[in-house]
Ligand binder design. Structure first.
Ligand code: ASP
Length: 438
């Protein structure tokens, strides 16, 4: 059994968190590969080391001294080292780094990668595992994509030892320089390591006990989703939920490796398990996996008598949107009418031109615009086999006096999308959560 574990910034924030990680790693012999983030925030007002590193870089570019910020970075790592009683020489590395920074002899990517690097150095010493630098195995192409084949082969070669710690977030370009992923990219490193080693599971350790059924800023104490498929996860994140970045998922999904979101501060909680499909359902009576949504959409609605017999109307409307580079999220239609639902931000700068072009190309009988629309999505793989879900959704929203402006169900029956007024957004999410989660 091999488990690849990745610990995010808040899990790496101080010595106390390192101790929790050691207990987690020692609690399961399968946990032999550890991918770490830079130290994150210890509390809400704290700073992430990665942010401070970006700040240092910006200061030096403008010729402004960054000693104070640099000291904030180094003192965090020194405090962790000393509190854990580790013998790692960080001082020499810090001095060398500062010299390169002052001389403007370091790239932004190389500098910001140091957060993960120092985290991994300390964690390897603390766990008694081998430190394997990300530069030894993560290989980018010049276009920024990852050369999976080369990276996987290199990591496999490093796995001759009992346990390894490797930094997340960066790797090497073909010219030997350091390149980072986009922010939050240590998740991708973890997924690549899991895929490279054909791990049994990729454990992504963070500070919540899994993916929540609804946004906790809207719903009080929402339940954790115990099982979610990759397709559902994509629906949830597309519709607004803050879940894992797409890049995180593809290496493990490609190899059918389950991804388990876990909480470093509550290791007994099983978290959320993400996989292609589930043979055993942990919760057969729950038909909705999650409820999410986004605000600020605009609906352009047009009707034309006889539209159903006219060829190409929808294409003409979509072509107008395409010409203006507006991506259409939904296009529900009736016999003689069609609506397109687009992000307000995208259409606002060219709204009148778009309307004029639709008028010219389609000659509708009516053409109107509704903005301040929010989209609420109920997502669930089990909806397809279950009559009455949409009835329940509409009844619940009706009882709460919420006017529904649009209804759309994806052809794979994985979601039901409802358009409501922006001002009804939070209530709609709460009402749906209350009727499906309990
Ligand atoms: N430290 C990096 C960031 O803050 C990468 C990560 O933590 O995943 O974005």
């Amino acid at each position: 059994m091999l488990k690849v574990t990745k610990f995010g910034g808040s899990s790496m924030a101080d010595a106390g968190q390192y101790r929790k990680i050691r207990d987690i790693i020692q609690g399961d012999r399968g946990r032999r590969v550890v991918v770490v983030s830079a130290a994150g925030k210890r509390e809400a007002s704290d700073h992430k080391i990665t942010d401070l590193l970006y700040l240092c870089y910006a200061h030096t570019q403008y010729g402004v001294d960054c000693d104070r910020i640099f000291e904030m970075i180094t003192s965090r790592y020194l405090a962790i080292r000393d509190e854990l009683g580790l013998k790692v020489d960080l001082e020499t590395e810090f001095a060398d780094l500062k010299k390169r920074l002052d001389a403007k002899a370091i790239s932004q990517d190389a500098l910001v990668s140091r957060g993960e690097y120092f985290s991994a150095k300390l964690m390897a010493a603390f766990l008694g595992f081998q430190f394997v630098d990300a530069t030894e195995w993560v290989r980018f192409r010049f276009d920024g994509s990852v050369d999976q084949e080369a990276s996987y082969a290199l990591l496999k070669q490093c796995m001759k030892v009992k346990g390894v710690v490797t930094p997340g977030f960066y790797g090497l370009l073909p010219d030997g320089t350091i390149r980072t992923f986009s922010r939050g990219g240590s998740d991708i490193t973890g997924a690549l390591a899991a895929a490279a080693l054909d791990a049994d599971v990729y454990e992504n350790w963070t500070d919540v006990s899994g993916i929540l059924m609804a946004d906790p800023r809207i719903v009080d104490d929402p339940m954790v989703i115990p099982q979610v498929t990759y397709d559902e996860l994509r629906e949830l994140s597309y519709s607004g939920a803050q879940v894992l970045h797409e890049g995180t998922i593809f290496p493990v999904r490609e190899k059918n490796i389950p991804l388990n979101i876990r909480n470093t501060n509550d290791p007994a909680a099983p978290g959320t398990m993400i996989r292609e499909r589930f043979n055993r359902d942990s919760d057969p009576n729950r038909f909705i996996t999650g409820i999410t949504g986004k605000k600020d959409f605009t609906i352009v609605h047009l009707s034309k008598r006889g539209m159903s017999n006219e060829v190409g109307v929808l294409r003409k409307v979509l072509s107008v949107m395409e010409r203006h580079n507006i991506s259409v999220d939904y296009a529900p239609n009736g016999i003689d009418s069609v609506s397109v639902v687009v992000p307000s931000e995208a259409i606002a700068p060219c709204l009148y031109t778009v309307l004029a072009e639709i008028q010219r190309d389609v000659r509708p009988d009516t053409l109107d615009v509704h903005d301040e629309i929010a989209v609420v999505a109920a997502v669930g793989r089990k909806m397809a086999s279950r009559p009455g879900i949409s009835g329940k959704i509409f009844a619940a929203l009706g009882q709460a006096d919420i006017n529904i402006r649009m209804i759309n169900q994806g052809p794979d029956e994985l979601n039901i999308i409802i358009g409501v007024e922006n001002r009804d957004f939070n209530t709609a999410i709460r009402v749906l959560y209350d009727s499906f989660a309990k």
